[in-house]
Unconditional design. Structure first.
Length: 303
């Protein structure tokens, strides 16, 4: 079982809140990603969206493209409309060797929801789940035929947030719908990462490693903070700097034979959490834990 360790550029610059690292150039993100030891990066808002431009830039730093977030609208659109809208994104990923798209359904106002109290977010009714699951499956089938699989991201402020909603999603969809497992979003939504992973181990195709500062998590839920307010308070951090037992999560993944990327994704205020310092800390911790869990870790080729 071989994995590679990547990072999301949200460590340096936050696309939802430009005040958080908005003035940090792409070159700083990429050079420090390489310097910290990562093999690849997910997309960020500052990345060129033309493969002929982005490919040489990433190559110059010895980095591969891991994947990239997409603001999906499948609940609000037809499958055909959604697939047509996502083709440019899928094309970029496929051209640069990424095999999965980070797909989150942001229908019903997710962007506004991340700035609202966590109790105020969209939900599906019981009767909406069967048709919803069928639509997502058909979309994932189309993506797979195109050459980029779906890694569905359960996310705070969306219609698939809680452990129960992940359970419903997995029960309502076919196997072409892979699960992006995110430790931080599971915990923030009130979930149990070990139990959720155990139930859906065979559907996990991508892994986001957020560590969580337990005191901030408890306060955020008690005070009904917004997602972004909690981020500003420091709810998330890199592996090895919080309360998540990553070994207990990576061991079953290794036993199952998971191969692919494990990704540090820990949105913080870069003015409070120096990006290169935390990127290095997260890489060192995740590398050691992945090896202890039984993975072979393919490290990057230095340039």
């Amino acid at each position: 079982m071989t994995v590679r360790i990547g990072i999301n550029p949200i460590t340096w610059t936050n696309d939802d809140v430009p005040a958080l690292g908005g003035d940090t150039p792409l070159e700083s993100c990429l050079s420090e990603t390489a310097l910290a030891g990562y093999s690849g990066t997910e997309l960020g808002g500052k990345f060129p969206r033309q493969s002929e431009t982005l490919g040489p830039i990433l190559s110059s730093y010895g980095l591969d493209l891991v994947s990239g977030w997409y603001d999906g609208r499948i609940f609000d659109r037809t499958v055909e409309e959604e697939f047509d809208a996502i083709i440019p994104h899928l094309t970029l990923l496929r051209d640069l060797g990424a095999t999965l798209v980070v797909y989150a359904d942001t229908s019903r106002g997710r962007h506004d929801a991340i700035f609202a109290p966590i109790s105020q977010r969209p939900h599906l009714t019981e009767s909406e789940w069967p048709a919803y699951g069928e639509k997502i499956t058909r979309l994932a089938d189309r993506m797979a035929e195109f050459g980029v699989g779906m890694a569905f991201h359960h996310h705070m402020g969306t219609i698939v947030e809680t452990d129960d909603e992940v359970d419903r999603l997995m029960a309502s969809t076919g196997r072409s719908v892979g699960l992006l497992f995110d430790t931080g979003h599971c915990l923030f939504s009130g979930g149990d990462p070990q139990a959720l992973l155990r139930r859906h181990l065979d559907r996990v195709v991508h892994f986001h490693c957020k560590d969580v500062r337990r005191p901030v998590l408890e306060r955020a839920r008690q005070e009904d903070m917004s997602f972004m307010a909690a981020v500003m308070e420091g709810i998330f951090t890199v592996p090895g700097d919080g309360s998540v037992d990553f070994l207990s999560l990576l061991k079953p993944l290794a036993s199952r034979g998971y191969e692919g990327w494990i990704v540090v994704e820990a949105e913080q205020d870069p003015a409070k959490a120096h990006p290169l310092t935390y990127a290095r800390k997260g890489y060192a911790s995740l590398l050691a834990t992945a090896r202890e869990a039984g993975f072979d870790v393919a490290t990057r080729q230095r340039t």
